[in-house]
Ligand binder design. Structure first.
Ligand SMILES: [Zn+2]
Length: 413
């Protein structure tokens, strides 16, 4: 019983510590007294916890700006942006991107590279490890990485760290989390808690975590690349579903007997909106889709009629998909990200027109639609946000490595 009581007290302390960090993420500059009121804790508890958090690098005090008022003004507290850092990685279709960010999402180091798809997951893990350690070496002395997130292009079982199905990579049941952890053994990142999740899910968390104002709720992030997916955040929680497939909206069927999709079905959103839908004669075997998209841009600039038509149709189907998502979730905001969004107006305007037409037909206001805050870094920065999301919400039970909760419980590793 004594052990259980001690355990509960430790958990309570972790919860309280991270509640203070989250409050200061959302409202920078609160004083200790403000924090006590907001968190419902005593001033002495807040004083003790903030002393620890400042010593460890989570928080910092800043000088009070003299206003000429009489009396001592309370010292404002902020999340420290210099000492503790997060790593975020994006695994694309043959591409890798790793960033280091501050606890509030500013990118301080970045490495982009590729891997040979033909050599499969081992090449990906090797490249990812090298890129992560390269980013780690770019950090200043005294800076410490406290969490690593990885965004993957497919369904993810985050409790086991497994990429369950990634049709565009052609992979099933790859234990990315475990393989990566094994590869990092003996390195400077060996003991850092590691989390894996779907790419659109992490990008949604980037929008949730790294903005000071309260995030729209529900928040939907729709990622449009060769694959199409969505991350859904409802009430401050990422919706992952029973098998980790929640938000796999690229495989919602929009057209009976439509074009063949990477998953084997016909008429999925991905087959109508993703990269392969944009060049009618493109081969379904095109491994990366990146050359395809550059070619689409070139043809759009040349006003090629067939390309203009196919991009407009893809945009129209995006509008259909967004209408269906708006009906399902009544979102506070839909964020659009991914390489195809870079096509801009020729792709996005038909989508917005379609969405607005559906809203007008029902005499309703259309949902708010924005583009991704972090642009091409959305998934990598989002993966860093996944690490902060997990580390600062100790009651969310899922762990990718089986050890992450114990190691990353808000104390320093
Ligand atoms: Zn499909």
């Amino acid at each position: 019983m004594a052990t259980e009581a001690t355990g509960n007290q430790q958990l309570l302390k972790v919860i309280n510590r991270m509640a203070l960090v989250r409050l200061l993420c959302a409202q920078p500059g609160l004083s200790r007294a403000d924090l006590a009121t907001a968190a419902g804790l005593t001033k002495s508890t807040v004083s003790g916890l903030t002393r620890e958090l400042i010593a460890e690098g989570w928080l910092e005090e800043r000088e009070v700006v003299a206003t000429g008022d009489l009396g001592r003004r309370p010292t404002p507290l902020f999340v420290d942006r210099s000492r503790l850092l997060l790593l975020g990685a994006e695994v694309g279709i043959g591409s890798l991107r790793v960033v280091a960010t501050t606890l509030t999402g500013e990118v301080v180091a970045r490495v982009g590279t590729g891997f040979d798809l033909q050599r499969g997951a081992p090449a990906c893990i090797a490249g990812l490890t090298t890129a992560m350690l390269k980013v780690r070496r770019q950090l200043a002395a005294g800076q410490q990485v406290i969490g690593i997130g990885v965004g993957l292009p497919g369904g993810v079982d985050e409790s086991s760290g497994t990429l369950t199905f990634a049709p565009n990579l052609g992979w099933r049941d790859v234990a990315i989390g475990g393989l990566l952890r094994a590869r990092l053994q003996g390195s400077a990142l060996a003991e850092v808690p590691l989390f894996v999740q779907n790419e659109a899910d992490v990008a949604a968390l980037g929008e949730l975590e790294f903005q000071p104002a309260p995030a729209p709720d529900p928040l939907l992030y729709v990622s449009i690349n060769q694959g199409v997916g969505a991350g859904v955040v409802v009430g401050d929680r990422l919706l992952t579903g029973r098998h980790g497939f929640a938000g796999e909206v690229g495989h919602m069927v929009l057209q009976v007997n439509g074009p063949r999709c990477s998953c084997g079905r016909r008429g999925c959103a991905e087959a109508l909106i993703g990269t392969r839908a944009l060049v009618p004669e493109s081969s379904p075997d095109d491994a990366t889709g990146s050359t395809t998209l550059a070619e689409v841009q070139r043809r759009l600039q040349a006003q090629d009629p067939a390309t203009l038509r196919s991009v407009r149709w893809a945009g129209t189907y995006l509008g259909v998909l967004l209408q269906n998502l708006a009906s399902a979730y009544d979102p506070g905001c839909i964020v659009l990200g991914g390489a195809v969004v870079e096509l801009g107006e020729p792709f996005l305007q038909p989508a917005l027109d379609t969405l607005n037409d559906y809203a007008a037909a029902a005499n309703l206001a259309p949902p708010v639609v924005q583009t991704a805050r972090f642009g091409a870094d959305a998934v990598a920065v989002g993966a860093a946000a996944l690490a902060r999301y997990k580390l600062t919400r100790p009651l969310i039970p899922t762990t990718s490595s089986g050890k992450a909760l114990a190691e990353g419980d808000g104390a320093l590793p």
